[in-house]
Design a protein around this ligand. Sequence first.
Ligand code: NAD
Length: 297
Amino acid sequence: MTDQVIGFIGLGQMGSRMAARLLAAGHRVVAYDPVAAALEAAVAQGAVRAANPREVADRADTVFASLPSPGVVRAVALGPDGVLQGQRARCFVDLSTTGPRVAGEVAAGFAEAGRSTFDCPVSGGITGAASGRLAIMVSGPREEYAALEPLLQAMGKPFYCGEKPGQAQVLKLCNNLLAAAALAVTSEAMAMGVKAGLDPALMCEVINASSGRNSATQDKFPRAVIPRSFDFGFTTGLSHKDVRLCVDEAEAMGVPMVVGSAVRQMLAVTSATFGPESDFTHIARVVEQWADVEIGG
Ligand code: NAD
């Protein structure tokens, strides 16, 4: 237990588990989520309830957030009842995947008030969040990082990426583009193989011993596509948001993303067909429909 009070805003799939890690490590946590059931679950684990982000920042020294979109991060950080209006918090740490642009806006707003921000997007899904094994990408002021690092270590393994706001967000978008691209192109390759009469489990085994192995052949197909459970734990809507942010930022920077744009379209089709709340392994089902084949076990 330290004297420091931690704020946590956004207690969804990821946030609830990361807040639980901080509580389990002995930290005092003040929490807020507009969904009553999410807030109640955190209170039942020992968090103290707040009525809005400003109240969290009135009572906490460092405020973490795990939120769904850039607009929500902007409102929570800079809005009229936002963290910046709170009297106590000196530091805002965004664990969401919301792109470099909003990270820059939030950092500028806080810097004007003499406060600091870190963008700290995470990778590892709900399993990594629950077990404290997330990869945590960090950008923000180097001289203040030493104080933040032990808090991040309660949730996973931090990697300091740079001082400039948004650098960690760029790295996270690159990672998620690669994960979605691997899933999309693996779906095409697996549909082709199965239509030719190959066993999909054997295909994964051979590819995983060969040069085509990737996160879809090693994990998503064996775990969620071949058994037909489609429950990997990441929604099509979130993946679409990440790839859209990535391709838009790349375009703004003058980096062409021809393959990335195709992956973005595949996610748009998957979202239109199965809904944004569907698991993103449903990309495989889109390819199955087009190819008239089922990649089943
Ligand atoms: P989620 O939708 O389950 O959780 C978001 C939470 O934010 C919800 O509880 C929601 O009520 C809350 N919220 C919405 N508006 C709010 C507001 N104005 N003020 C306070 N809280 C508000 O999403 P998630 O899966 O937990 O993802 C959160 C972030 O983490 C996203 O940016 C996502 O891209 C990223 N992420 C998710 C995963 C994953 O596997 N789910 C993995 C890595 C990163």
